[in-house]
Every structure is written in C-alpha cells, then in structure tokens.
Design a protein around this ligand. Structure first.
Ligand SMILES: C[S@@+](CC[C@H](N)C(=O)[O-])C[C@H]1O[C@@H](n2cnc3c(N)ncnc32)[C@H](O)[C@@H]1O
Length: 305
C-alpha cells in the first residue's frame, strides 16, 4: 500500500473527538429524513448508502432515523469507506444491521447501484493520494496549485457522476462536505508550525490531499454529472467549530491528521507537534479562532422518477 494512503485514515479516537462533524452530520440526517418523507410514500423497501462513513456512528444514527420514519419499510443500509478498519467498526457496532463496503467513491464497487437514498458527511473533500511538497494545496505555489485544482476538480466530478449513476430513478441524495476556506485558521496554524525547526524537515513529506471546491464549481460539476438545475439545492453554511477549548480543537485536528502525521514523524515528535498546536491555541482568543470556521455545504439532489 502506498504510504500516502495513511492520510485518509482517521485516528483511533476520531469518533470521540469529532463533535463538529457529528453536529453537521445530525443536521444532514434530518434533511435526509425530511426529503425522504416527501419523496417516498410507505415503500416496501428502501436502499440507502452512506459514502465515506468512517467508523459509522452516524451511519447507525441514520439507520435508526430511517427505521423510525418508515416503520413498515425494510431499510437496507450500507456504509462505504476506504478504510477497512472503519468499515469493520461499523459492522460490529451495528451488529450486522448495516452492510460495510470497503472501497472508494472514485471507483464505486459494483454492489452499489439502484440506491434510493444517498448520504455523505465530511467525506467527499478527500482526494486520492497525491504527492505534493506541502501540507495542503492552498500553500502550493500558484502553478502547482492550479495543477492540483484541475486534477481535484476532475476527481470531484467523477465522484458526483458515480453518485448520479448509483441513484435509481426517483432517488434522493443529501451530501455535505467542506467548501473553499474550510477550517482555514487551523490549516494556517499547522502550516506555520511546519516552519519551526523540529518539523521543517517533514513539510515535503506530509500532505493532506483535500479539495474544498467553490460553490460555482459545485454547480457546474453537478450539472456535468447529470443533475438538472431544478433538482439541485445548495445550502451554504458557516458555523463555529463546536470544539471550544485549545485541547478539544487540538484533539479534533488530531482526529483526522494523526495517522497522516504519525507515518512520518517519530512518536516523540508527534506528541511535540500536537503539544505545540495546543500551546499556540492556548495563547489565542479561542472564540475568535473557532468563529465561522466550518464552511460546510449541504447539497440536496433528486433524480427524476
Ligand atoms: C472525516 S471522516 C468522515 C466520517 C463520517 N462520515 C463522519 O461524518 O464522521 C472522512 C472519511 O472519508 C474516508 N475516505 C476518504 N477518501 C475516501 C474515498 N476515496 N472513498 C471512500 N472513503 C474515503 C476516510 O477513510 C474517512 O473515514
């Protein structure tokens, strides 16, 4: 397995340190239920998919919400994730009630088709592995950044095409991911710390291949993927980070960067890295820091039936 693959893994304690992701995810689940109630009238069976399900705590919440809203319907729910470890956690935690699929949203496994409902929370901004000499693409020089953005936008469209093709006629999808400027202050802090001597040598090694598209790019990509204008609704939100102490913001960051950092750093330096983050945060105005940092986009889609 290529080393960059580590960057996609969430840390062991991601679930307990992902309050921001959970809050948004619960809101997205409510939107799914609202849309599903309007779209499906007492169906015998509903097939649903959670894309980039992670350890699956929200997938299980989605299952319960669907079961409650459709008591006479058989809910067939699956979670898809790159990480086999996460998928196994989901299968075990749901006691087999949710099917787990190990795979990528860039290459949908053939089992994914004829879905009635698609849900995704904080996942679709992850790109495939990409070797670049900076932590995230926003700090690349303009030429390298433009190259990355062209590549990433193409991949983003591919994921949307996969979603479109997996939806049966009459299906709905509610997908949420970060947009341009997402947690920018936190990335700025990480970027600054990579200038400090104990970490400088890793700047060219560690990278997080995320892509936060602009709203205009989302519209054009959805259009190219096949969604008609009248079946696209994009809601743009700017929420505060739910984490409100230097320690919880550091744990939140570690939840999705820990494995990526840890594959190159010695354990001692991993600890020093997050300690430095927390220390710098503790000297800043946390309320100011967390304000409006979660730039999420909730996209509601329909495929005409
Ligand atoms: C921040 S977690 C989100 C987990 C969960 N949806 C939540 O809201 O808590 C992002 C997840 O995306 C998964 N992921 C990243 N790239 C992927 C890909 N190409 N295909 C499938 N899953 C992917 C990672 O393995 C990780 O579990």
């Amino acid at each position: 397995m290529r080393r960059q693959f580590e960057h996609f893994h969430m840390s062991e304690d991601y679930e307990v340190n992902s309050l921001s992701q959970k809050i948004t995810g619960r809101h997205v689940i409510q939107q799914v239920i609202q849309m599903a109630r309007a779209q499906f009238k007492n169906p015998e069976r509903l097939r649903a998919l959670d894309i980039a399900c992670g350890p699956g705590n929200l997938t299980i919440e989605l299952l319960h919400a669907l079961e409650e809203s459709f008591p006479n319907t058989k809910i067939v729910l699956a979670g898809l994730d790159y990480s086999e470890k996460n998928v196994n956690i989901l299968i075990e935690a749901s006691k087999g009630a949710v099917e787990g699929i190990v795979g990528s949203f860039y290459e949908f496994p053939s089992a994914i088709k004829n879905e009635d409902i698609i849900f995704s929370n904080h996942g679709l901004h992850w790109q495939p592995p990409y070797e670049m000499n900076n932590v995230i693409y926003s700090y690349l020089d303009s030429k390298e950044r433009a190259k990355y953005e062209t590549w990433a936008l193409k991949n983003f469209k591919k994921a949307l095409v996969n979603i479109y093709n997996a939806m049966r006629e009459g299906a709905i999808a509610v997908i949420q991911f970060g947009r341009e400027g997402q947690i920018q202050k936190l990335w700025e802090l990480v970027n600054k710390i990579f200038d400090e001597p104990p970490f400088r040598e890793y700047r060219n090694k560690v990278n997080f291949p995320v892509y936060h598209p602009s709203v205009a790019n989302m519209y054009s990509s959805l259009d190219e993927a096949g969604f008609a204008k009248e079946n696209i609704e994009i809601n743009v939100l700017a929420e505060d980070l739910a984490e409100d102490t230097s320690s919880s913001i550091t744990k939140f960051l570690r939840g999705f960067t820990g494995p990526g950092i840890g594959q190159f750093f010695d354990q001692e330096k991993v600890e020093l890295f997050y300690h430095t983050i927390e220390e710098k945060l503790s000297h800043s105005d946390i309320n100011e820091f967390r304000k409006g940092q979660l730039l999420t986009t909730i996209i509601k889609l329909k495929k005409p039936g």
